[in-house]
Structure formats: structure tokens, C-alpha cells
Design a protein around this ligand. Structure first.
Ligand code: FAD
Ligand code: NAD
Ligand code: FES
Length: 354
């Protein structure tokens, strides 16, 4: 199934490239229309002449060739920033659980980020970014008015939402931003939602007010500086003990998702986790995001990113996430050197007189 989809997509991409290389704008637009997701919109274009009409290039394989201005920026925790960016067509068609692949500027690395929210009327999507490496640091250094080069999406399968009953949404740290659209979707479907969110201490807790709009919220901090003291898993264990939970959706550090799976497994409570392997193309072609689920190789970008927590090989995921740690560390160090202005040399005091 995937093979035939990929073959068709590859064919279309080749046609687009050929049409554009032949400077046949009309042919390029026809070819692009075949891989366009969602209804067309009007937008400025760098390839089409001004006034040429609709831009049909909001497609899901890094073909969107439009800048995405940042319209709002907020600091949510010491290393987490919320950016609201223009991406009208993605805003129209995205669903909870989906993500985009973002390239900050020409030549930048492409990284996956969850679509944390969207405003169809304003034509914007919200990204919540934890600055942990070079590319995420570059992104959060952008200011309102700056623009992101490419945003491809929505990618990944939408969340399988319950349609009744009681769901618990567990968010650890920046994972709260990933679980937020799921809580919104469940609430909109009429499901009772309890969110359990955690941070190292008070200033690391995020989106509490936004999640309250979807239901009850239990806040936890590791040091007890706000809400309950302890990990989110301790609060979840209490909720599970009370019974009546139909599903748990959990996103956060791998050890947290693994601990959640071990809590719900003996109770047989359906548990969904959103996996975050390293991704490259986001279209199922490179194999970078492969994970093992129920003993089978799956590609998180096209088969996920959400999977049944009880079937995930978390040890392999942790291992694969650390594969490029040395390269990532040196990329961040090079960025820090490049962005640190050396101090002015101290004025010489030789010969100074009082
Ligand atoms: P790198 O230099 O690549 O890495 C720095 C450190 O982060 C290293 O320790 C490395 O092991 C670790 N790291 C690298 N890639 C990942 C990863 N995929 N997940 C976890 N740790 C990683 N991050 C957000 O802040 N907000 C989101 O909404 C978000 N959504 C995601 C959705 C999906 C489907 C996936 C797969 C990942 C998501 N991530 C999200 C993680 C984000 O893509 C990575 O943090 C980012 O690629 C790191 O890039 P970097 O160059 O800044 O850091
Ligand atoms: P963090 O390390 O500060 O932990 C946040 C909370 O998670 C803690 O307060 C605690 O309640 C819980 N937690 C942590 N370790 C736990 C454990 N061993 N057992 C039980 N609960 C535990 O989180 P952070 O620095 O914000 O990092 C968030 C993590 O989320 C990153 O590791 C990143 O890989 C992951 N992430 C996942 C996705 C995704 O799509 N799956 C997206 C973005 C980030
Ligand atoms: Fe390349 Fe998923 S990111 S196969």
C-alpha cells in the first residue's frame, strides 16, 4: 500500500521538477495540484508571476515554497517558546496528532514539530519549541516579523480519538504541547478529559490554562514547587486506581512514556504514546524514523507518530535517539561559538597615571 503511494508520489515529484525545469508554469501548476493537500488558497508566490492566480503549492513533501511569517512569540518555560506562524492551508486541514517538518532557513536542517494548535480564521498554526540543539535554538531566536523558510505538512496519521468515555492526557515537559491538541480533539468529541501535566518545577509547567478549557487538570512538579509533588506517573497511578478510565494518551520523555505503559498494561487500559525518533524526510523514504512496534518495523512519520504504548520497543527508541549525540553536541557548540560576541579587549593601563 505504502509502496504504491510512494511510487505515485515519486512520479508526481518528478513531473513537477521536469515541468518547472522546462519553465512551463502551467504544467508545473497542474503537476503540483496532483499532490496538493486541502483546498487551494490565494498567496504570494516566488515562482508564479504576480497576479498569476491561485498558488497550489501547499503540499506535504517540502514543496511549499512560501515564507511563513511569525506573528506571535511567547516564552512558555525557560527553554520552551511558542511561535504562531502563518500557514493557512495547513491550519485548515490539520488534525490532532499531526506534525510539520520545518526548515528555518535555506540550508538549515529539517526538523519535525507537532502542530500544537491552529486558527483557521487567522490562517495560523502554533508550534511549541524546546531549544535543545542547534536547529531548535535557531528557530526560537527568530522574532515576530521574521519568517520560516519551509513548513511541510500536515504529516503523520491523526490521533485515533475516543468518541465517548473518560480519557487521561499525560504531558511531561514540552510533551504537554503535543498532548494539548489531543485533549482539545477529545473534548470536542464529547469525551471527558483529565490532563496530568508535569514539569521540573513551577516555571517549567506549561499550557495549564489552555488545557483547563478541555477539562480537569492535575499539575505535578518534580520538586513540589507547584501542584502535586512528584512525577506525572504518580498522579496517573491515583487516577487509574479510582477506575473508569477508558484510554490514556501520553507524550513526554521516553522514560516517562515507558513508565506510563507499565502502569496501564496490567490494567488493560488502552494507551497511546507519540514517538519522537529522529526524522529526516518525513515521507517514509529514508528509514530514519524506524521504530519497532509489536515486533515489526514501523516508520513513525507515516505509520505514526502515535502507537500502542504496550507494543513499543522503548529501549530501542532510547538507543536510536542517542546515535548522533556527539554530532549534535558539536553542532550546538559551533552555534554557541558563532553567536557569542567576544568581549572587548580590556583597555591597556600601561603608562596610566593617577
Ligand atoms: P539536535 O542537535 O538534533 O539534538 C539535540 C538533543 O536532542 C540531542 O540530545 C538529541 O538526542 C535530542 N534529540 C534529537 N532529535 C530528537 C527527537 N526527535 N526527539 C527528542 N530528542 C531529540 N520538539 C519540540 O520542541 N516541540 C514539538 O512540538 C516537537 N514535536 C515533535 C514531533 C515529532 C513527530 C518528532 C519526531 C519530534 C518532535 N520534537 C518536538 C522533537 C524535535 O524534532 C527535536 O527536538 C529536534 O529535531 C532537535 O533538533 P536540534 O537540531 O535542535 O537538536
Ligand atoms: P523533563 O525531563 O523536564 O520531564 C518532564 C516531566 O516528565 C517531569 O516533570 C515528570 O513529571 C515526567 N518524567 C520525566 N522522567 C520521568 C520518569 N522517568 N518517569 C516518570 N515520569 C517522568 O522533560 P523536558 O525536558 O520538557 O523534555 C520533554 C521530552 O519530551 C524530551 O525528552 C523529548 O524527547 C520529548 N518530546 C517528545 C515529543 C513527541 O512527539 N513524542 C515531542 C517533543 C518532545
Ligand atoms: Fe524518513 Fe520517516 S523520516 S522514513
Amino acid at each position: 500500500m505504502r509502496a504504491s503511494w510512494l511510487a505515485a508520489l515519486g512520479l508526481e515529484l518528478t513531473r513537477i521538477a521536469r515541468a518547472e525545469a522546462g519553465a512551463s508554469i502551467a504544467a508545473a501548476r497542474v503537476a503540483r495540484a496532483n499532490v496538493t493537500f486541502g483546498p487551494p488558497k490565494s498567496a504570494a508566490s516566488v515562482l508564479l508571476p504576480a497576479g498569476a492566480g491561485r498558488d497550489d503549492r501547499d503540499v506535504r513533501c517540502a514543496l511549499e515554497d512560501r515564507l511563513h511569517p511569525i506573528v506571535a512569540k511567547t516564552q512558555l518555560s525557560p527553554n520552551v517558546t511558542r511561535l504562531v506562524i502563518e500557514a493557512p492551508r495547513i491550519a485548515q486541514i490539520r488534525k490532532p496528532g499531526q506534525f510539520v517538518i520545518v526548515r528555518a532557513a535555506e540550508g538549515s536542517e529539517r526538523i519535525p514539530l507537532t502542530i500544537a494548535d491552529a486558527d483557521v480564521a487567522r490562517g495560523t498554526i502554533t508550534l511549541v519549541i524546546q531549544a535543545i540543539g542547534k536547529t531548535t535554538s535557531d528557530l526560537v531566536a527568530l522574532a515576530v516579523g521574521d519568517a520560516i523558510r519551509d513548513v511541510a505538512g500536515p504529516l503523520g496519521l491523526p490521533t485515533e480519538l475516543l468518541d465517548h468515555g473518560h480519557a487521561v492526557c499525560v504531558g511531561g515537559g514540552v510533551g504537554t504541547a503535543v498532548v494539548y491538541p489531543i485533549a482539545q480533539g477529545l473534548h470536542a468529541a464529547g469525551v471527558k478529559v483529565t490532563s496530568v501535566i508535569g514539569g521540573r518545577s513551577r516555571e517549567w509547567v506549561m499550557l495549564e490554562d489552555e488545557l483547563r478549557a478541555a477539562g480537569e487538570v492535575v499539575v505535578c512538579t518534580d520538586d513540589g514547587s507547584y501542584g502535586r509533588s512528584g512525577f506525572v506517573t504518580q498522579a496517573l497511578a491515583d487516577l487509574l486506581a479510582d477506575g473508569g478510565i477508558d484510554a490514556v494518551y501520553a507524550v513526554g520523555p521516553v522514560p516517562m512514556m515507558r513508565a506510563v505503559a507499565e502502569l496501564t498494561r496490567p490494567l488493560g487500559v488502552r494507551t497511546i504514546v507519540s514517538l519522537n525518533p529522529i526524522m529526516v524526510d518525513g515521507t517514509g523514504m529514508c528509514g530514519g524514523c524506524r521504530v519497532t512496534v509489536a515486533g515489526e518495523t514501523r516508520y513513525a512519520c507515516v505509520d505514526g507518530p502515535e502507537f500502542d504504548a504496550h507494543s513499543v520497543d522503548f529501549a530501542e527508541l532510547s538507543d536510536r535517539l542517542s546515535t548522533y549525540r556527539d554530532f549534535e553536541k558539536s553542532a550546538l557548540e559551533r552555534r554557541q561559538c558563532a553567536t557569542t560576541v567576544p568581549p572587548e579587549p580590556a583597555a591597556s593601563t600601561a603608562g596610566a597615571t593617577r
